[in-house]
Design a protein around this ligand. Structure first.
Ligand SMILES: *[C@@H]1O[C@H](CO)[C@@H](O)[C@H](O)[C@H]1NC(C)=O
Ligand SMILES: *[C@@H]1O[C@H](CO)[C@@H](O)[C@H](O)[C@H]1NC(C)=O
Ligand SMILES: *[C@@H]1O[C@H](CO)[C@@H](O)[C@H](O)[C@H]1NC(C)=O
Ligand SMILES: *[C@@H]1O[C@H](CO)[C@@H](O)[C@H](O)[C@H]1NC(C)=O
Length: 680
């Protein structure tokens, strides 16, 4: 079980979730309106893959939706990865908001995404459809990196070498940067560390095998003769034989700081690998291996956990095996089912997190300790503080998948499904806001994530000051699940609070499975409220936030400004939210005008001043921030913010951004504005 804890990096850039086992809410007291629909699970599912595209390292494929040429902010990065061992190890996904490439959570995430596809294929539509193709592209991108990470591929187990980690955590976490610029800022030290016969890593390699077979299985759904399948399977067989012959967990060589605490095991990863090989029809010996890895794991701590995560694939492998009644004996599958019943039932307790039972509050914070499952006052299930939403989403994924294999027990299937739906709905909005960036009502706008928190213009410095600036991240990391609220339902959308606002590739993996599960099951459950027997749960979208939506409809000029508008509402409070709505109320505005107006209002200025003296006079985002600092300046506000508009006259604008700034600065010192305009 990944009972490890996070640690803070030197500059407050922790890992971000690998180290972890994994409010200002303006609106909670407001009138709410209820919609009797489910959340748009398709939109959330598609968003999740957008997030993985934003995490891509190396040269970006043309289809990357976060790439600059597709309207995003990303470009090629870390083009020298692997050069220290003479290999091209560009590609893969950055682990979290940082730029490390760790193969264990990477392999677990990729294989879990593949699992979502084979377990819930109907969620993804036909292979010709766009969602299926989105996933196929992303999974092939991951598999390509795994194949290239297999730097020495051999049928002789002891000759295999697999790249286990790229990057040094201390170096990477020392300074914030855009991935495209990190080597210039952090320095060139970017070591490649490998697993080989002298430094085995059956945990990492097992996850690589699971991913390769998983991706091959997805390819097979579209075209059983896909030429990539034999290539992926050859690597999978070689890596499997290597890990089996050289078991053990991979340990980082001295030099990097230890990226984990506590213990982890390799048996669950090899179980996951063997189960995939067995499922893919690779032969009885893999199925027999799966049984023996299951038996070993079932007697270890990993076999007695309520969930799944990057450090424990025992339960998900167990569920997948239930789908292979033709490969395993009925008595073995009964044993597996009994264990899953036990493990998944661990979630069904009545403990309230804020009322710790005896001996469950060792640090005296009034909350149930990590490792004991409890429910927040709003009903959100928590098992751990760090990345709590991810852990709950992982449990929802397991329960939804498990529910497929309970045909003779419809009551239990319902119990599992309704639990999962309730918890996923809390994450998507029922809690009172969304915890998914760019999705739903009042989503987080300040995830702890380098590339989105920097300005899109690469010439603008991005560093610790940028991180500390409370503004929303200029780019929207659509689809990313953040850490989530605390056990007492406290949450703040603050990127420096990385426990609540971290994002990571493993955070979205189980979440994706759960979304696919809800989507597939929705076809047979047209009325979830009736099925679950609960009163309709209103989607609570505070009007102050939802009023932002009308001016930011998809396809409109200001579509990209919805989350900035929510953020503005949070910054100014409900009573002043109409100021924010005004900024998205002029349909002729281009995005930079809406963006500027919202940040101007967020800074405390009045919308009419921001508009008539700034945005209505220019759409040039290079000069507009100078105008905000002028109209929001308390002295200027009392003297009359019209003074700032003098610096937005065509004659000053024609002289460029530096002249505008000089003029505004002159006005802020309350000199005569016309003299200021002439003197620059
Ligand atoms: C749900 O989202 C998908 C993808 O964004 C979109 O195509 C679809 O129209 C949405 N459905 C509804 C009912 O809004
Ligand atoms: C490294 O591999 C990637 C992916 O295959 C490719 O796009 C890139 O051009 C390669 N880089 C070099 C230097 O060969
Ligand atoms: C790969 O294998 C070759 C030959 O077996 C060996 O010379 C080389 O050092 C190996 N590469 C690595 C990175 O270990
Ligand atoms: C809308 O914005 C334009 C500038 O883009 C401005 O000229 C116009 O006056 C604005 N309209 C209203 C109604 O404020």
């Amino acid at each position: 079980m990944g009972a490890s804890q996070g640690a803070d990096g030197p500059a407050g850039l922790p890992r971000l979730a690998l180290l972890g086992l994994a409010a200002l809410l303006c609106c909670s007291a407001l009138p709410r309106f209820a919609l009797s629909t489910e959340y748009n699970y398709t939109e959330a599912l598609d968003g999740s893959y957008f997030f993985y595209e934003a995490q891509q390292a190396g040269p970006l494929p043309t289809w990357n939706r976060a790439a600059r040429w597709n309207g995003g902010w990303r470009d090629a990065s870390f083009l020298n990865d692997g050069s220290d061992i003479g290999k091209n190890l560009t590609g893969g996904w950055f682990d979290a908001g940082d730029h490390m490439k760790f193969q264990l959570p990477f392999g677990w995430s990729a294989s879990t995404l593949a699992w979502s596809m084979v377990e819930f294929p109907a969620a993804y539509g036909p292979p010709s459809g766009s969602l299926f193709q989105t996933v196929r592209r992303n999974l092939l991108f991951a598999a390509d990196y795994i194949v290239r990470s297999h730097v020495n591929a051999s049928d002789v187990p002891g000759e295999n070498v697999y790249a286990a980690q790229i990057g040094d955590t201390d170096t990477d976490h020392a300074r914030w940067c855009r991935p495209e610029q990190c080597p210039e800022i952090q320095g060139p030290y970017r070591p490649t560390w490998v697993a080989d016969r002298t430094r085995p890593g059956a945990d990492i390699v097992g996850e690589a095998v699971a991913s390769l077979v998983g991706v091959a299985s997805v390819l097979k759904m579209e075209n059983p003769a896909d030429p990539a399948i034999p290539l992926l399977m050859t690597h999978a067989r070689q890596l499997y034989a290597f890990a089996k012959a050289f078991p053990g967990t991979w340990e980082i060589p001295a030099g990097d700081y230890p990226y984990r605490y506590g213990t982890h095991k390799w048996q669950d990863d090899m179980l996951w690998a063997a189960a995939w090989m067995c499922r893919a029809g690779e032969g009885a010996s893999y199925c027999a291996d799966a049984v023996s890895f299951w038996n070993v794991g079932s007697n270890m701590g990993i076999g007695w956990c309520p969930g799944m995560d990057w450090d424990n694939a025992f339960n998900q492998a167990s569920v997948m095996m239930l789908g292979m009644a033709d490969r395993f004996s009925a008595s073995f599958l009964t044993t597996v089912r009994t264990r899953l019943d036990y493990n998944l039932n661990l979630w069904h307790v009545s403990t309230v997190c804020t009322q710790p039972p005896p001996n469950t509050d060792s640090n005296g914070d009034g909350l149930v300790d990590d490792g004991h499952i409890c429910y927040s006052p709003k009903g959100f299930a928590h098992e751990s503080t760090w990345g709590t939403a991810r852990i709950t989403a992982n449990a929802a994924a397991l329960k939804l998948a498990y529910s497929k294999y309970l045909p003779t027990n419809p009551e239990d299937a319902k119990r599992q499904r309704c639990w999962a739906r309730k918890q996923m709905r809390l994450m998507l909005g029922d809690w009172g806001r969304s915890f998914v960036v760019g999705f739903g009502c009042n989503p987080p706008v300040r995830p702890h994530h380098s590339s989105t928190m920097c300005d899109r213009d690469y010439s603008i410095t991005c560093d610790g000051n940028t991180a500390a600036d409370p503004r929303p991240n200029p780019s929207v990391l659509r689809g990313a699940l953040v850490g989530g609220p605390r056990k007492d339902d406290y949450y703040v959308d603050d990127r420096m609070d990385y426990i609540l606002n971290e994002v990571a590739i493993d955070y979205n993996a189980g979440f994706t499975v759960a979304l696919a599960g809800l989507l597939q099951l929705s076809a047979s459950t047209p009325d979830w409220d009736a099925y679950c027997g609960t009163a309709p749960t209103p989607i609570t979208c505070p009007w102050a936030c939802s009023s932002c939506d009308s001016g930011t409809q998809p396809g409109s000029n200001l579509a990209s400004q919805r989350s900035n508008c929510y953020s503005c509402v949070n910054a100014r409070g409900v009573s002043k939210s109409w100021q924010c709505h005004a900024c998205v109320g002029n349909a002729t505005y281009v995005a930079s005008q809406g963006q500027h107006c919202l940040s101007c209002v967020s800074a405390g200025a009045d919308a009419w001043a921001c508009q008539s003296y700034c945005t209505d006079l220019s759409s040039d985002i290079a000069v507009l921030p100078s105008c905000t600092s002028c109209v929001a300046d308390p002295a200027v506000r009392s003297a009359g913010p019209w003074r700032c508009s003098v610096c937005m006259a065509p004659s000053v604008l024609a002289k460029g951004a530096a002249a505008v700034e000089a003029c505004m600065s002159c006005v802020r010192s309350l000199k005569g504005p016309y003299a200021c305009a002439v003197s620059v």
